[in-house]
Design a protein around this ligand. Structure first.
Ligand SMILES: Nc1nc2c(ncn2[C@@H]2O[C@H](COP(=O)(O)OP(=O)(O)OP(=O)(O)O)[C@@H](O)[C@H]2O)c(=O)[nH]1
Ligand SMILES: [Mg+2]
Length: 221
């Protein structure tokens, strides 16, 4: 069984080489899905030993999907490209999928020791409750670090190509009665560069709007 790490990346030149190098010995393939970076992220990733897939269509989900489509591994592990996750947690999150205990393994950032903004905590608590209402397990976080078999993911047919991609994956997995579990993971400050999503007001509002829209659509499905 082979594992591909997938890193959606938009202008992460300050972090990408370190993140790629930290993963190279741990997984079979590191795929960087470069979402139109203009700061040399793609070139740096290639030089660091990653496979680089270019996805011109903007959006977190578009990049994740392009990475998944191009990956050759049986199991895919998604994580942010900014250095906010530790390589040892990538191994820990992949393990339950590799040994067949879970279909979707999630990293939860919501535990003591991690600096989580109160509103991020609130937002993820709310999303966890929504997943519960959709028939899934109780989750403390809907975070980006997660592992799933490639075949399983493609069969879920996740449609969102922006910030609701991670939430939609979890809701579809719950609806399909897949085994979903979460483990606490470290959440580190980004290694450098600029925040695009929850570190900015505009990015947070955009993500919140996209996720609310998805939840409404799913409620009527
Ligand atoms: N492909 C793609 N990736 C994105 C986009 N926006 C953010 N990303 C990537 O998604 C990951 C998460 O984005 P961040 O900007 O780190 O958002 P965040 O983790 O909520 O905010 P920070 O606290 O600043 O790290 C990073 O790897 C980004 O490079 C986008 O539109 N397209
Ligand atoms: Mg980040």
């Amino acid at each position: 069984v082979t594992v591909s790490a997938i890193l959606p990346a938009l202008d992460e030149a300050a972090a990408i080489a370190t993140v790629v190098q930290g993963l190279l010995g741990l997984v079979d393939e590191v795929v960087v899905a470069d979402n139109g970076s203009t700061d040399g992220t793609g070139e740096l990733a290639l030089a660091a030993g990653a496979r680089v897939v270019r996805e011109p269509r903007r959006g977190f989900g578009a990049a994740c999907f392009a990475g998944a489509a191009a990956a050759t591994g049986d199991v895919l592990v998604f994580l942010d490209a900014d250095g906010s996750f530790a390589p040892h947690d990538v191994t820990r999150i992949a393990a339950p999928v590799l040994d067949g205990r879970l279909d979707l393994s999630l990293g939860s950032r919501m535990h003591d020791g991690n600096a989580i903004a109160p509103w991020l905590r609130l937002a993820n608590g709310t999303l966890g409750a929504c997943v519960r209402l959709a028939g899934g397990p109780f989750l403390r976080d809907i975070g980006p670090l997660r592992a799933i078999r490639r075949e399983t993911l493609l069969a879920l047919d996740v449609r969102d190509r922006a910030s609701a991609w991670p939430l939609e994956m979890v809701i579809r997995a719950a609806r399909a009665d897949l085994r979903i579990g979460e483990l606490p993971v470290d959440y580190l400050p980004r290694l450098g560069g600029q925040s695009k999503v929850t570190g900015t007001v505009g990015g947070s509002l955009r993500a919140a709007r996209q996720m609310s829209r998805l939840l409404v659509a799913e409620a009527f499905r």
